[in-house]
Design a binder for this molecule. Sequence first.
Ligand code: PBG
Length: 325
Amino acid sequence: MTGFPTYRPRRLRASAALRAAFAETSVSPGDLIAPLFVKEGLAEPVPISSMPGHFQHSLESLTKEARELVGLGVAGVLLFGVPARKDSEGSEAWASTGISQVALAAVKDEVGDDALVIADLCLCEYTDHGHCGILDGEAVANDPTIAAYGRIAVAQAEAGADLIAPSGMMDGQVGAIRAALDGTGHDELPVLAYAAKYASSFYGPFREAAEGAPSFGDRRAYQQDPANVEEALREVALDLAEGADAVMVKPALGYLDVVRAVKQEFGYPTAAYNVSGEYSMLMAAAERGWIDERQATLETLGSIRRAGADLVITYHARKAAEWLS
Ligand code: PBG
């Protein structure tokens, strides 16, 4: 390459057609996954105050929203169930009549094979203490928890999930889930592992939405330290060795370096979760007129794609899909 004035980078920026033709990355509805919340026993959807445009859905509003999202071309939906009854073990998470199973079946029935119905697999929405596993004293006991995760995976598979996404950050969770699925005839069902999930302050609004805030302490004894990237690569390597089909980095925006490192190092299908706090932050600034919602959203999603994410899980999915289609 030669220098100025032989090479003038601005030439390729001079028109929309040139910019479009030479764009290195893109965002389309098919790159996006929409997280959705459903709460047992609701007759009407309830707005989530910290996440404008989002609701705790009733079963009816959930299936309608999923149908509309699929109509807009999104790749799929990621379901979170909020049960009416919680206990110390989170047993509603694997009950065949549990809200997540009922909702998975209803959404799958509604959207058919046109899009993915992804089951988030965790216990924090189901336990009365709000931690992501079964407690031993004040600590989450790893091995009993992954046994429970195996049961949940089978229940979600039986309800019709297309993809199981374990988010609890227990050691060995992917292997336990893979073994449980394989042992029950679900050896074709893929796992999208929340492989590098950080103990982030950006999950705050989600915890309102999913009613899964820990009643004491925090999640730093199982989620990753935001200081670390090598640890994320070890987590991803382990999950792949345990049979993960695709991996996820979460959150996305403060962790684009991690997305890039994971994609480059392993070359596996990689998702990034643009989490609740990242959404709420942008929406709050847009509401105040401090930034332009549409431009900021599309730039954000584009940045996550540019970092290397194949799929972006985002609360902006619906509006982005509308703007892009
Ligand atoms: C459950 C789970 C959380 C999120 C996704 N799955 C919360 C947490 O770990 O505390 C956060 C998603 C978001 O903030 O959008 N383990």
